[in-house]
Design a protein around this ligand. Sequence first.
Ligand code: ADP
Ligand code: MG
Length: 332
Amino acid sequence: MGQGEFDIIARYFTRNAQRSEVQLSVGDDAAVVAPPAGKRLVVAMDTIVEGIHFPAGTAAEDIGYRVLAVNLSDMAAMGAEPAWMTLSLSAPLADEAWFAGFAQGLFELADRHRVDLIGGDTVKGPLVATVQIAGWVESDRWLTRSGAQPGDLLFVSGVPGEAAAGLAVVQQAIPLTPAAQHLQRRFLRPEPRVALGRALRAIATSAMDVSDGLLTDLDKLCAASGCGARVDIDALPLSRQALEIFPYDACVDYALAGGDDYEMIFTVAPARLADLAGILPGGVPCTQIGVLTGNSVECWRAGQPFIPGRRGYDHFAPHLSQAHPIQDGARS
Ligand code: ADP
Ligand code: MG
């Protein structure tokens, strides 16, 4: 983008590094980082695309926040301490106000988690943002999807389904009552569970963040662990605010198949259950919603097998408006 690109990088994406590990940051051909002794480097990358992961017209602040939030959620799922990121940003306009907003949302969350932006790329094109994030984990202690065993207890953090309900609020232009505002905020400003992930290293046998839908992501965790699960629908925490606005069945569907919550699912051996309450960070409710089994992932409700209408974003959602590009698109 020539001169404009240089100005944008200098004005919006160049800041003093907060971390001593970062020895050279934005401005050279590459960044230089000194990993802390005895730690392992944990690396993840996530891309968000307008019309697929967020609706066209989403505020720049919310897009900047979101591209980091989805990456922090991957660090959380590994039990890692996030440390630095690089940003690849493709934007259609060299619009100063837009870049200022994007940077504000991005750094608001970055500062909360002490994540330094150490480099990136800025180009003109369709609205697409990618963050590569890196963090540290103690050399013998990280979380994976693959350690669950039959008999382990299955937990979910927070209230799954609120973000999907919040997306419906946005896309159906539902009047912004306090309940609707709460849900909208849960979609626009997901809270990655970094502290929970750090705490779970001591206890969880497996963990994963929920981005595509609780059931579809549980399928992945179970496949990685070589086991199954039985989910108790009656134990599922449902959003009080969603229930104010949407029918009960829609709320169950949001909780089971809605993505974008960036809550965590994790498993704990029954013998460690008593230790769990003592390590959970404040303000992060976790609910047991089932148990790991030998084979497939099944749902039960009132003592009967329950077949959900969909498991995640791979499936069509009949009760949602059909004009949902971000629900119909392929996601990852
Ligand atoms: P090069 O031509 O060597 O690839 P660029 O001109 O693309 O370098 O970038 C100059 C510097 O600005 C590099 O340090 C790069 O990492 C950084 N940078 C570019 N875009 C961004 C961005 N969106 N966020 C953070 N750093 C960026
Ligand atoms: Mg260069």
